[in-house]
Design a protein around this ligand. Structure first.
Ligand code: C5P
Length: 323
């Protein structure tokens, strides 16, 4: 089993309880290689058709069971992340207890690297990693499929992390179909995010359905699998229009990344509801990003990643020491 973890003294087998163990896991993030909005639903959500890919930009999370009948305890290295019941980590622990019947409480430390309001699914990955960790520490009462299925109850973007890494997602995003990674995992990516994040509900509210792409998502899927991210029109994101309406400077940033990069990016596109712009084909930052007016941008190289069956995602060796 390849898990980036140390699991010691887990005494539980069938009963979902654990007396003494500790687990450290990598909590990755994701990009949307394309994102089509199919329709607005009556429950306020939108049906999507999107090719998600897990990437190796990630947080580190430590988990330990709490002895006796204490409560969950979440700590985080970033002060403005809420650590109460509103955090998806605590929601994931509550969900795990509700579905498995365990009473087990956990101590969790979250070391965040993935920015929020970024369209990178960092918080959703924290929730998925928490479900995986709780399941490991309690002797695996649930299957991967159950964790995937349960996770849709607390967010739309969590389920994708129970794929192998590349997934065609429909519904709210919670219907996950594993696909072969459409691009080599070594494809260089550069992520660029302005300091201001975007609120997902606000971006969906600003979406003008009449201005969506008309591309068939299955054609996009086939095109990416056959030709990679070599054509910008394959990496469409219907949420760019509302995100750029909400934050016009983001459209300018995308334009600058295209026009001031000497053509080294094969595609430049926003991920999720933004505000991260993904540049594919090179991880070399264009010179303008080094100027003082760009000093507050988040800029990092990244790679696509995948996991083996029965194992969780691992931190990348390819980028060790790069950022
Ligand atoms: O499910 P999640 O909590 O991530 O969604 C946050 C918000 O984003 C939802 O309340 C909804 O406003 C919007 N959303 C949507 N359609 C989706 C996913 C999210 O409208 N498929």
């Amino acid at each position: 089993m390849r898990i980036a973890t140390v699991v010691s003294q887990c005494f539980c087998h069938r009963a979902p309880q654990c007396s003494s163990s500790k687990l450290t896991l990598f909590s990755p993030s994701k990009i949307n290689l394309f994102l089509r909005v199919v329709r607005r639903r009556e429950d306020g959500y939108h049906d999507l058709a999107s090719l998600f890919h897990v990437i190796d930009l990630g947080d580190s999370m430590e988990f330990a069971p709490v002895a006796g009948s204490g409560s969950d305890e979440l700590t985080c290295n970033v002060a403005d992340i809420p650590t109460d019941g509103s955090n998806l980590v605590i929601k994931a622990l509550n969900l795990f207890r509700e579905r498995t019947g365990t009473q087990q409480r956990f101590k969790v430390h979250l070391d965040k690297k993935v920015p929020h309001g970024a369209g990178l699914g960092g918080g959703s990955a924290n929730a998925a990693t928490t479900l995986w960790a709780a399941n490991e520490l309690c002797g695996r009462p649930a299957t991967n499929e159950q964790l995937l299925d349960w996770s849709g109850a607390i967010g739309s973007d969590i389920s994708v992390f129970f794929s192998r890494g590349a997934a065609y997602c429909t519904g709210r995003g919670e219907i996950v179909e594993d696909v072969e990674p459409p691009l080599p995992l070594t494809t260089p990516l550069l992520l660029v995010k302005p300091p201001v994040g975007l609120s997902t509900p606000a971006v969906f509210r600003a979406l003008d359905l009449a201005r969506r792409s008309t591309a068939d998502p299955l054609e996009l899927l086939r095109g990416l699998a056959a030709r990679g991210a070599t054509e910008p029109e394959l990496c469409v994101n219907d949420l760019e229009q509302p995100a750029f309406d909400v934050l016009p400077s983001l459209a300018q940033l995308k334009q600058r990344l295209i026009s001031e990069s000497d053509g080294r990016f094969s595609a430049v596109f926003m991920t999720g509801s933004g505000s991260t712009i993904v540049c594919a084909g090179s991880d070399e930052a264009p010179g303008f990003l080094g100027q003082p007016d760009c000093a507050d941008l988040f800029v990092t190289p990244a790679r696509l990643t995948a996991r083996e069956a029965g194992a969780w995602y691992q931190p990348s060796k390819a980028l060790a020491g790069v950022s």
